[in-house]
Design a protein around this ligand. Structure first.
Ligand code: T1G
Length: 711
């Protein structure tokens, strides 16, 4: 809804739809009503603002699924009335004027803002473009190039920059909404007699050379690989220049907007928007039970420990880093300082020497083998190498030393959480916190509950993830938890295809980020070369094939080809550039001979896609059956944030619904019938998948029903 008041002859219309004043139908009706009331009251000017913390932060995305976003009065109808008003209208901006919110402000005659406010058009992150005049009005204010940058990247700008660009007419001194309103009323009074009222829609746009559009397309194709919206944004902004009339440009914008809304990418990215905001909420866990964490211990100053320490220091949280010697400790701290100084934030000047020093100040060290320096830590995260006995020994010691309320966590990526928990002697305050390498960069954090992990421990770990800005979800305890458990059949299937005759580069091309391909950040074999697995130990790995003698008699065993770190793995490397290696083909030929595997030359891209993706999706269904994941969207968020799954395809589980569960199920059976020696369990459809296919229910529908029946 929107509220109305009249003060000193100025009409005040306040959008009210907590928490971000999304422009729902009620808000849109309220804006129209408020404008009408202002005219009836003979108001000399109008001020529009948002209730609470922010100016409207966009259309109400929750209305997209139902279509209510398009119900009369739709935003374009509201903005046409704002545009036509002969009473000057002033947008008073605080918080975030984003998307439809900024479009509202641009439809007003003037805009004032608190210096703390931000404005932007982030629709591109939802797979769409500003659909209510943003691509037509913004270029009329800031010019084509700046508009392309703001709309194509979706990045918001601060009020002072917006003021310099002419988006904001005046910065209002003050910090609160009340101070903003007082300043806006004063501004409104000062313009109430100015005629004619300025309208952005009446301005023209300065044309630009073609190469401005071309370079924008090239830039967006690089930073938003595979995404359709950025390219259509270029079309829409160009229409602002080339359309003879403003409303013709609006029509072209609406056409392009609808094309994107009708496509699958926008559905996937809008799904991910909400998925990323729900993954931190664990059913049955009260987030208010989280304990405060002001001092974190990190055990192990290797790659993972360094990144983890940085995550906390970046947020002003004190860290005590434990290593086995002064030399190792100093080496870790020097490496951390080096990482800060190599970071883009430092190189771009966003992070100063003083900032680095302040962070380093927060990272203390200890070499005490009994960890007494960690006794007062609120949480201790172990990040030593993946040796179960060593981890059990460490936690046995921590269980004796750390204060009772301390959270104890292991960064293990697949070892048994319950076994380590028991060794700590306090399993109720123990869980896994699986960071992704490099931990200071990768956004994903997979927390793993043990069977004894308490609500307090889980709430504290989830809150820690949120505080350090991680996309955090909770997994149950099983081999590989959620992410790596699904990644195993995915990578093994890729290796299987290479065994049968596909080149590593063919498999990676199909799954990788090249135009027209699936869109993973990296193909599976390139990932294995980054992780450093010995390729000989992965071919026909015992873990993949049934443990029968003939299946492992010819297993290659270690070859020393570990990938990037040894300059050769599935590829040979010149620095970081990879190329197919004849030695791998030779090794596979020998291997095929050992196992009597005929070499195939007819492996299609489609077969590769199905062979690699469907077993991963199938494992996701098992993970849901076993309640290892709280919801399908947690799996999807983890795969986007931790494994480079393309956001514009949602995640593995969203994608399964997109291609059709029957297609996935039939594909699994078809693959297994054609390759009977492959491990059956990877291609045996999960029971949940079978059930949903039989009942013609999508996974999304099933989950909604499941949530309803749980209430
Ligand atoms: N609609 C509906 N709900 C929204 C929303 C929106 N636009 N924005 C946020 N929420 C919910 C969110 O789901 C969460 O809910 C709560 O608000 C807090 O969000 C025509 C078509 C504004 C910077 O893309 O960027 O306008 O989990 O956790 O960290 O051209 O929210 O509590 O139930 O993110 O303080 C364009 C999206 C829409 C802005 C605040 N606008 N929002 O960040 O809180 S399309 C956007 C944000 C559009 C027009 C087009 C952020 C934020 P819950 P939060 P935050």
């Amino acid at each position: 809804m929107s509220k109305y008041a009249l003060k000193q002859g100025v009409a005040i219309v306040t959008a009210s739809n907590p928490p971000v004043n999304g422009l729902s139908r009620a808000v849109r009706q309220g804006l129209v009503q408020g404008l009408k009331q202002a005219q009836q009251d003979g108001a000399k000017s109008v001020v529009i603002l948002g209730e609470g913390a922010t100016f409207p932060a966009g259309a109400d995305i929750k209305e997209f699924a139902s279509g209510a976003w398009n119900d009369d009065p739709d935003l374009n109808q509201v903005f046409a009335q704002l545009d036509a008003s002969d009473i000057p209208v002033v947008a008073a901006i605080h918080g975030n004027a984003l998307g439809g919110g900024l479009e509202t402000a641009l439809s007003c005659n003037y805009r004032v803002a608190l210096s703390s406010a931000k404005v932007g058009l982030p629709e591109v992150h939802l797979g769409i473009l500003p659909g209510a005049g943003g691509t037509q009005r913004l270029p009329r204010v800031v010019g084509v190039e700046q508009a392309l940058e703001m709309i194509g990247t979706g990045k918001p700008i601060g009020a002072s920059v917006a003021h310099k660009l002419g988006i904001v007419d005046e910065i209002i001194e003050g910090k609160t909404a009340d101070e903003l309103l007082a300043g806006a009323i004063k501004f409104a009074e000062s313009v109430s007699d100015k005629k004619p009222v300025p309208r952005i829609s009446e301005r023209t746009v300065e044309p630009v050379d073609d190469d401005v559009y071309v370079s924008a397309r090239v830039k967006f194709a690089k930073i938003a690989r595979g995404q359709e919206a950025p390219q259509k944004i270029v079309d829409a902004v160009r229409a602002a220049v080339e359309s003879a009339r403003f409303d013709a440009g609006l029509k072209e914008e609406a056409r392009l907007f609808q094309e994107l809304m009708d496509g699958s990418q926008s559905k996937a990215m809008q799904y991910m928007f909400f998925a990323e905001r729900s993954c931190n909420k664990v059913p049955g866990i009260d987030s208010k039970k989280a304990l405060e964490v002001k001092h974190v211990g990190v055990i192990g100053g290797g790659t993972m420990g360094r990144g983890i320490a940085m995550c906390f220091a970046n947020k002003g949280i004190r860290v005590t880093l434990s290593e086995t010697s002064e030399e190792a400790l100093q080496g870790a701290k020097d490496a951390i300082e080096g990482l800060y100084k190599k970071s883009s934030a430092f190189r771009s000047g966003r992070m100063s020497e003083a900032d680095v020093a302040a962070r380093m100040e927060l990272i203390e060290g200890t070499t005490d083998p009994e960890y007494k320096a960690l006794a007062e830590c609120d949480a201790v995260i172990e990040a030593v190498f993946e040796n179960l006995d060593l981890k059990k020994k460490i936690f046995g010691q921590l269980g004796k030393i750390c204060k009772e309320s301390a959270l104890l966590a292991s960064n293990t990526s697949y070892l048994d959480i319950d076994e380590i928990a028991q060794a700590s002697g306090r399993p109720e305050m123990f869980l896994g916190m699986h960071f992704f390498s490099p931990a200071n960069v990768m956004p994903a954090l997979e927390n793993v509950r043990g069977s004894a992990s308490s609500e307090v421990a889980i709430a504290t770990a989830m809150n820690m993830g949120k505080r350090i800005g991680k996309t955090t979800m909770l997994a149950g305890n099983c081999f590989g938890f959620i992410g790596n458990r699904m990644f195993e059949p995915y990578t093994q299937a890729a290796i299987g295809l290479v065994e049968e005759g596909a080149l590593p580069s063919q498999v990676d091309r199909v799954l990788g980020p090249q135009p027209g391909m699936f869109g993973m950040a990296m193909g599976p074999l390139a990932v294995l070369d980054l992780a450093g697995n010995d390729i000989g130990q992965r071919i026909r790995a015992e873990s993949y094939y049934p443990h029968t003698a003939e299946n492992v008699k010819g297993a290659r065993g270690a070859t020393g080809r570990l990938g990037q770190k040894t300059g050769a793995g599935w590829y040979k490397y010149e620095g970081r550039s990879a190329s197919d290696d004849e030695a791998v083909n030779k090794l596979c030929d020998e291997h095929r001979e050992n196992f009597g595997i005929p070499k195939r030359s007819n492996i299609s891209d489609q077969e590769i896609l199905e062979r690699v993706l469907y077993p991963m999706i199938n494992e996701g269904f098992r993970i849901l059956e076993e309640n290892i994941a709280s919801r399908p969207s947690d799996i999807d968020v983890l795969y986007n944030a931790g494994y480079g799954f393309p956001r514009y395809r949602g995640g593995p589980m969203f994608y399964a619904d997109l291609v059709g569960l029957d297609t996935v199920r039939d594909g699994l059976l078809r693959i297994h019938d054609a390759n009977p020696e492959l491990p059956h369990w990877h291609f045996q459809p999960a029971q949940l998948l079978e059930d949903l296919v039989a009942s013609r229910t999508t996974l999304a529908e099933h989950w909604i029903q499941r949530l309803k029946s749980a209430k």
